[in-house]
Ligand binder design. Structure first.
Ligand code: URP
Ligand code: ZN
Ligand code: ZN
Length: 471
């Protein structure tokens, strides 16, 4: 047997559970998993010592916005800082969203043009592998372009039920038609589910100088009650049910959403849901803090009981994975709000802390087993987005994408020492275990001793297969 590298002596989390084993790597792939590989191997293999550590499948963050023009500014992590941040948190593949923008003369970019724009953002900068979901913003124009995108390996699409002012909004007719196209062509539709018109009304009712003076950033939570999410989820699920088109509810934040998902899945509707760390570990009391506006995201964090229901949903299957919805804004960008919550750039940094937050609050706090966590951070998102079996699990033949973490060693989060371009962190001062001591991407060591050592631009675009919904 010959290997290029052997990850030796760790506890390897395979799909069937943790085992003490070595991982043999050849030609960027996992070639063997077993005991004593270095004694069986011909000499010359480089050894990565994993003694006393956990060897996890590389984390797959399938919800990321790098360099995104949004809310009157541009998200401040690009493919250089965003992928360095990801690598430090054990993320080895991310999926961003290519969004078609309006062109001069009123027409919109094609799906291909949008994807090409996002490839240009990544080119020469990305440290880890990446792929792209493609957003459908003009159904009549984009409908005929879907098949070609699927054939080229872009097998997941997104529609937004809100964001009219960004020019991104889709209506029920578009969603219904897109779900039929997904069913017929072998794709999956990801939906940002919020009830646009009722949300407009809620915002209008609260958008008064007196209330803004009194309640400040708290209005972000107050103006988006749970029903503005779960009504939209219910509607999207209904369209999935009657069309049979595969659907994913992204960044689900409400307990009621979990109940809807459970009922639909039991009835055989092809629907899965994603949630994000912020919905699991924060609640809307953050908006009352001194810098509460920094925490504004869309959708926003809800109540403690929503977080508890989401954790239960992750264990029970109605929530299939955890991704970040990374959309970083600096303090200066967030300060655009000037006391008006409708002007806060919405989004949070997340790539660097995804694994540490889920490992610490999930596994160490006994909400999840190690195997469940790897399913939620790697295998399920890989399957649902068509990255599997190339990525998503420690299995022979898969890309050698690995995150090696110490089971206990915690680090104090300090944005000044992080790779993200954010000059603040929602987790500032938290003690978190689970930062990657070593990250391997296709067998390359890109993080060593908790420091990024990989070269920018080495990451590759990964075309994807037909999604396979698992819950
Ligand atoms: O607040 C967030 N996440 N902004 C990014 C856009 C979205 O809705 O995913
Ligand atoms: Zn969204
Ligand atoms: Zn998003």
């Amino acid at each position: 047997m010959s290997f290029d590298k052997i990850v030796r002596g760790g506890t390897v989390v395979t799909p069937s559970g943790p085992v003490k084993a070595d991982v043999g790597i050849r030609d960027e792939k996992i070639a063997a998993i077993g005991k004593g590989l270095s004694s069986l191997s011909r000499s010359g293999a480089e050894i990565v010592d994993a003694k006393g550590h956990l060897v996890l499948p590389g984390v797959i963050d399938v919800h990321v916005h790098l360099d995104l023009p949004f809310c009157g500014t541009v998200s401040s992590d690009d493919y250089r800082t965003g992928t360095r941040a990801g690598a430090r948190g054990g993320v080895t593949t991310l999926i961003d969203f290519a969004i078609p923008y309006a062109k001069r003369g009123g027409k919109c970019e094609s799906l291909r043009e949008a994807a090409d724009n996002w490839h240009r953002r990544a080119e020469g900068k990305t440290l880890i592998d990446y792929s792209l979901h493609v957003c459908i913003t003009q159904w009549e124009q984009h409908r005929r372009q879907i098949k070609a995108m699927i054939d080229a390996g872009y097998t997941t699409f997104k529609e937004f039920m809100i964001y009219e002012s960004e020019g991104w909004q889709s209506d029920d007719r578009a969603m219904f038609n897109t779900l039929e196209a997904m069913r017929d062509l072998g794709g999956m539709l990801m939906v940002h589910a919020e009830s646009s018109r009722v949300l407009d009304e809620m915002i209008a009712r609260h958008h008064t100088p007196a209330l803004m003076k009194k309640l400040g950033a708290r209005l972000h939570g107050i103006s988006r009650p749970n029903f503005t999410e779960y009504e939209a989820i219910q509607r999207a699920v209904t369209w999935a049910s009657v069309t049979g088109g595969p659907l994913c509810i992204v960044h689900m934040s409400t307990g009621e959403g979990c109940d809807i998902l459970r009922e639909a899945q039991e009835a055989g509707v092809p629907v899965v849901a994603e949630t994000c760390p912020q919905y699991l570990v924060f609640d809307d009391s953050v908006f009352a803090k001194k810098d509460g506006h920094l925490y504004a995201s869309c959708p926003q964090v809800k109540k403690p009981e929503d977080s508890e229901r989401l954790w239960a949903g992750l264990r029970g299957g109605e929530v299939s994975w955890i991704s970040t919805d990374t959309c970083t804004f600096t303090r200066r960008q967030k300060s655009m709000w000037k006391g008006d919550w409708t002007k806060i750039p919405m989004g949070l940094p997340g790539l660097e802390t995804l694994l540490p937050v889920v490992y610490t609050r999930g596994v160490l706090d006994k909400r999840l087993t190690l195997t469940e966590m790897c399913r939620l951070l790697s295998t399920n998102p890989a399957k649902a987005t068509g990255l599997y079996p190339r990525k998503g699990a420690i299995e022979i033949g898969a890309d050698a994408d690995l995150a090696i973490i110490h089971p206990k060693k915690a680090m104090r989060v300090d944005h000044k020492k992080m790779e993200t371009n954010a000059d603040w962190s929602p987790y500032q001062g938290w003690n978190l275990a689970g930062f990657a001591r070593t990250t391997l991407s296709r067998g390359d060591v890109i993080v060593d001793g908790y420091k990024v050592v990989g070269k920018r631009g080495r990451g590759q675009f990964v075309p994807r297969r037909t999604p396979s919904l698992t819950h």
